[in-house]
Ligand binder design. Structure first.
Ligand SMILES: Cc1ncc(COP(=O)(O)O)c(C=O)c1O
Length: 454
């Protein structure tokens, strides 16, 4: 008899996060100070914008870090999350590939994002803070942080990229329902926002700009700190509950993936699924495992950017990291996958790409929505446009199996639902969805502003 889902019990929720830095022969280099560009060898990062416990995790070389009980208690609201075997989609594609997906859309905000939001709110509360400021693209991260902060009795201020603020009003309402305060970014509330608006009052905004605003808000308000939903080590660390659960579930299914896939904006959901498997490739147990990180052609940091030091935000207030980047000044086209519109990528993922341990690819939004519709018609789930990028890569790999006759095992992270992204599906159905052909000159202009580090 066919089995469709692989379920774990609450007691199976991982007790520790997995830190891939402990297993990398060449981990990413240290961050650089945003102003002096000197190596920041020891924490805390000046200014210490994050709670101290998170800064310690950022620099930790421990392989496993214990998850506090209070964090696990909240995660149990929806975790462990299910793994599905996509029998119906496999049949529809007529592929010999065995397709599995880890479904993170079961969390209250509808994505993987609360896996770290809950941990960050917990450490902020422990430090005695009043609130956390953050940025959000699609609104998934902002809603996850509002959900988490209100559970711990904290305030939340969200700078939401202007284009998404208008495209996704329901995400804003969700954030407000969970007690958050949301403003379109760039806003007139910060120096960084006002400077951008003075140059371009009609700008659609970018995650880089919103990050600058949120950092500025945090450092200019007593009792507030900044919270980031992706890119940095501690966020990727918190997401590894996904991959650790998935390992147990794949064992239940009697399979081990040949290919693991995730969409990547800053890289957190993909790393969360992939890193606990990649451990086996790094230690030589599974040398043939393929890991694929998938981005948008509108913001192609991994596939067209360069591997260099760059600021994490537009106003150059955050640390400088070595990463694949299209430049901190790059403003991507307003694709519906708002969460994939970040100019850089997690430094740990970039180091793994550079060392040949992982692959990257990019897709246009019409392609990914087409395959998301196809997936929905077999599996029922209407995914977020970000997630649809992972589905497109899975589709391509499944079709390659059809061609070669191989029955490869493919596992992808189904990072979130698209219930607040139906406007994207509507535009797709009406053939009214532009694909953006990115001019090389725009990337080159943005790259010309990179910091000069010998
Ligand atoms: C559903 C979903 N998937 C993926 C992403 C991309 O973020 P990350 O690369 O950090 O997982 C986002 C970001 O907003 C998202 O909302």
């Amino acid at each position: 008899m066919k089995q469709y889902k692989y379920l774990l019990q609450e007691k199976d929720l991982p007790t520790h996060w997995y830190n891939i830095l402990a297993d990398m022969k060449n981990p990413p280099p240290f961050y650089r100070h945003p102003a002096t560009l000197e190596e920041m060898v020891n924490p805390p990062m000046p200014p210490p914008v994050f709670p101290m416990a998170l800064i310690e995790q950022e620099f930790s070389k421990e392989r496993y870090i214990e998850i506090p009980d209070k964090v696990r208690d909240v995660l149990k609201l929806w975790r462990p999350s299910p793994i599905y075997r996509a029998h119906r989609w496999e049949a529809a594609l007529d592929t010999p590939a065995k397709i599995y997906y880890k479904w993170e859309g079961v969390s209250p905000p509808g994505s993987h994002k609360p896996n770290t939001a809950v941990a960050q709110a917990y450490y902020a509360k422990e430090e005695g803070l009043e609130g956390l400021a953050t940025e959000t693209g699609a609104g998934q991260w902002g809603s996850a942080l509002c959900f988490a902060t209100q559970l711990f009795g904290l305030k939340c201020k969200v700078f939401m990229v202007t284009i998404s603020y208008h495209q996704k009003p329901y995400r804003r309402i969700l954030m407000e329902t969970w007690g958050g305060e949301v403003v379109p970014s760039p806003s007139s509330e910060t120096h960084a926002g006002r400077a951008i608006l003075a140059k371009d009052p009609e700008t659609s905004g970018s995650l880089g700009i919103s990050i600058s605003e949120a950092i500025e808000y945090a450092v200019t308000h007593d009792g507030w700190k900044y919270s980031l939903g992706s890119v940095v080590n501690f966020v990727l660390l918190h997401q590894t509950v996904i991959g650790q659960e998935a390992r147990m579930q794949m064992e239940m299914a009697g399979d081990y993936p040949d290919i693991v896939i995730g969409c990547a904006g800053g890289g957190s959901n993909a790393a969360g699924l992939i890193f606990p498997f990649l451990k086996d490739k790094l230690d030589g147990t599974r040398p043939d495992l393929r890991a694929i990180f998938v981005e948008s052609t509108a913001c192609p940091s991994m596939t067209r950017g360069i591997y260099a030091y760059d600021w994490g935000d537009t106003a150059k207030t955050g640390p400088v990291a070595k990463m694949h980047t299209v430049g901190h000044g790059f403003i991507p086209a307003p694709v519906h996958a708002g969460g994939l519109r970040y100019h850089g990528m997690a430094p740990s993922i970039c180091a793994l790409l550079d060392q040949g341990q992982a692959e990257a690819r990019a897709y246009h939004q019409n392609a990914i929505l087409g395959v998301a519709v196809n997936f929905a018609q077999s599996e029922g789930i209407v995914v977020a446009p970000e997630t649809a990028h992972a589905i497109q890569a899975t589709y391509d790999e499944a079709m390659a199996c059809k061609e070669s006759g191989e029955a490869k095992v493919i596992l992808f992270n189904c990072s979130g639902h698209g219930h607040f992204d139906l406007a994207a599906y509507d535009a797709f159905h009406r053939h009214d969805l532009p694909d953006y052909e990115l001019e090389q000159i725009k990337i080159e202009q943005a790259l010309a502003e990179l910091p000069q580090i010998p």
